[in-house]
Design a protein around this ligand. Sequence first.
Ligand code: TRP
Length: 344
Amino acid sequence: MYLCRIIDNNFVMAKDIVCSGIRPTGNLHLGNYFGALRNFVRMQEEMDCYFFIADYHSLTTHPTPGSIYNDARAILVQYLAAGLDPEKATIYLQSDLPETIELYLFFNMNAYLGELERVTSFKDKVRQNPNNVNAGLLTYPTLMAADILIHKATRVPVGKDQEQHLEMTRTFAQRFNNMYHSEVFPLPQAIGSSTGLVKIPALNGSGKMGKSEGEASTIFLTDEPSVIRKKIMKAKSDSGPTEMNQQKPEEIENLFSLLKAVSSPDTVEYFDDLYNRCQIRYGDLKKQLAEDMVNFVEPLRQRILEIGADDAALRRIMDLGKEKAHDSAARTLAEVRRVIGYRN
Ligand code: TRP
């Protein structure tokens, strides 16, 4: 079967192929780190991984971004600083793999207006920006399917907000296979984001940390210690528990979630105990959280500065990623062109 190969007379599952992308729309934050990056770093040890920066997708919402290369470069630097290894994983810029676009074209030929118009992210974007309903926005899901299927990826680590896109990727893959009586594409599945993920809430009391909650509620991997301290000291809290062992309101639960992410279990227990005895002082908790946060982020920030300063090394890394991604893409495209009936 497709996913099996024989090694020493034992059936062994072939390595999963993992693919994920991120749009270069701003610096990475703690939510990206715990929700995605940290897992990417683990996955690169065991699986065949393709991690790319979706700088074509940027044009769907930012048609004239100007700094597109610098934005993509900044994400690459942050990927590397977090521990992604260009030798182990294939790390590349989407725009360095134009083969993706040929596959995008083939998927577009069998993607229907009705199904594209029904996509939630499309409807949201139309509402937010009614003057820029471009065809690229409409076909965002076919481009994403091409990103994934150009490497025949089987696993896609993405958050809940991407489930619908991934479902469409399966639809396009299946439709292509049926259309050309082939088994070219696997039907990729999300990698459950439920396992071992630390919740990273925003600092404003509700919601998860991310760009939509605003700068002040978000801790970026590029934040300086003084900025981190300021943000945390201003984080939302309340006037304190009034009863022993009282359930924590959301904003307090959130402070504890952050503490769990970056502090030692002892520290978490210490403040939890104070809370339960109604003796907690949020100022103390925040000070501790700020210090532990600085200790967590500062080494990352230093690595970002270091890696970002070496332009020649970065270009070599981009070239290597481009070459590795191309090898994989060329294989898939040759097969795709053959089953459709083009000359190879
Ligand atoms: N749509 C994804 C997001 O906004 C980014 C993305 C583009 C992606 N292509 C992808 C994610 C392929 C995973 C696989 O987060």
